[in-house]
Design a protein around this ligand. Sequence first.
Ligand code: CMC
Length: 378
Amino acid sequence: MMVCEYKPGLEGIPAAQSSISYVDGQKGILEYRGIRIEELAAKSTFLETAYLLIWGELPSKEELKAFEEEVRLHRRIKYRIRDMMKCFPESGHPMDALQASAAALGLFYSLRDLHNPAYIRDSVVRLIATIPTMVAAFQLMRKGNDPVKPRDDLDYSANFLYMLNEKEPDALAAKIFDICLILHVEHTMNASTFSARVTASTLTDPYAVVASAVGTLGGPLHGGANEEVIQMLEEIGSVENVRPYVEERLQNKQKLMGFGHRVYKVKDPRAIILQELAEQLFDKFGGDKYYEIAQEMERVVEEKLGHKGIYPNVDFYSGLVYRKMGIPTDLFTPIFAIARVAGWLAHWKEQLAENRIFRPTQVYNGKHEVPYTPLEER
Ligand code: CMC
């Protein structure tokens, strides 16, 4: 057996062969099944892109219509899930509520017919359809309100915003939200996708796969960074404070949230599109003082860390977009999960097609032959 050098964070070590997405971190390119995200963001919808990722090809008109219809029909959640969510503490983080609710779906759909394409399709549809409903339901219930039922006449993104705010969203906001989902749906072998594939490799059910990935996405070094970006911009408070803030953090060896990426050494292509989307929203609904702070921060960080390849990542501008839509900060990461569930499911399906359980090795650096010391002698 080949002995490999230990790489912290498994940097550069392939964990799977995959044809789902591709990143060129030097050129700033991201493709889903070979199609550039710029093109998908301009021409596709979230559900069409989800179909592309999961089944490998863009759907025909009929296939897309059938998929949209199935998702539409499965948006409602069981009253027992809703009642379970009502018992969650309102101070709990919505990502924890989402993880518990996604795992709870496995109690209701416990069959594990992993080689049956109909089972795979049902699970995909149910998860993509119900995760937004669960996120919106928790948001309303933690404020003491009843959840709002999904509206069948609204498309996927408009319906989520409707369930969240109890009112029909502005058409531009709904379109921009849908593009945000496209931009977050998939991103090669990141931490939560790795987590999903490891869980999938044990042949457990897809609800456990998604629940483990949601848990991984929540951390501040991964999906949780979008929340921290807004907190950081609030803390900075003014354009003049940007430079001293950046300098102080760098001096204390602290990370600047929303910057840097294991793979991208240029500005993340998703950040470029998200910045444009934020500007479209500001043009229609008025500016945001945090945008000026963010732009100044991008300039200062580029000056200080550009030589290390540290530029804004996907999380830097997404929060400003969601903020302008009136979405609370702690829902930013659950929204990332609403999108990413389709990417995780594409990896689940790919993993099942050629499964071998993940069982890496380790470099043991502990002791050997240690005698047992009786309790009274310790
Ligand atoms: N601020 C300041 N310095 C940074 C940053 C940052 N955000 N990111 C990396 N560096 C520096 C780091 O200090 C180190 O410097 P040196 O070589 O002098 O010690 C060098 O760059 C390499 O950093 P690293 O932490 O070893 O890089 P990594 O590939 O392990 O980490 C990362 C990637 C995304 C975790 C990291 O850049 C980071 O913590 N960024 C802030 C959190 C963040 O925005 N996360 C969202 C990531 S993108 C979306 C997602 O994955 O969900």
